[in-house]
Design a protein around this ligand. Structure first.
Ligand SMILES: [Fe+2]
Length: 179
């Protein structure tokens, strides 16, 4: 289940309903997928063949098509990152850059963990810690970045309205403080 940490106060929010209520206020979509739909052999697997990636996507075909119908996504894929990913150290360094996109950034975590750092005009930056089953969408034109957590492994579905909408525009925000 996703958890929130508000950086300015250290406050934590947990429990699906509380987290969803908080994220609703920030215009951040939050839903859950039923991970029992994922075949067991794919649940803790972070290096995936093309066939295995297709199997993960097929497991959640209904959920993906439902999101696409509701929110206009045209294409989707599956990404996996772990210590086995070439250049993982370099990638992780690059990740910590606040940026925006002209379309929303939606991710459905199917294995592992990840964290979105998002800016709210009212309360400043907050972290959303995500695990398998969590679906999140950061609104367009909202300062954010995504990175891995300590276990450094994740598999996630990404959906796009158009690939160009997902270009990152870096923001040099003095309000963002590394924590
Ligand atoms: Fe992004």
């Amino acid at each position: 289940m996703a958890e929130i940490r508000i950086r300015n106060t250290g406050e934590r929010i947990s429990g699906f309903e509380n987290v969803k209520a908080f994220l609703d206020k920030q215009n951040v979509l939050h839903e859950r997928w039923d991970m029992s739909k994922l075949p067991e052999h794919l649940r803790e697997k972070f290096v995936l063949t093309d066939e295995e990636k297709a199997e993960v996507l097929a497991s959640f075909d209904e959920e993906i098509k439902d999101l696409a119908a509701r929110r206009g996504y045209q294409i989707w894929d599956l990404i996996s990152l772990s210590d086995q990913t070439p250049n993982i150290e370099e990638l992780l360094k690059k990740f910590e850059q606040v940026h925006t996109h002209t379309e929303d950034e939606i991710r459905a975590i199917t294995a592992g963990k990840g964290i979105f750092i998002i800016k709210s005009d009212e309360i400043g930056y907050f972290d959303v810690e995500l695990e398998a089953g969590d679906v999140i969408s950061v609104p367009e034109n909202t300062n954010h970045f995504f990175t891995l957590m300590d276990n450094r492994q994740i598999v996630a579905v990404r959906l796009f309205i158009e690939k160009d909408g997902w270009i990152a525009y870096n923001v040099d925000d003095p309000e963002y403080v590394k924590a």
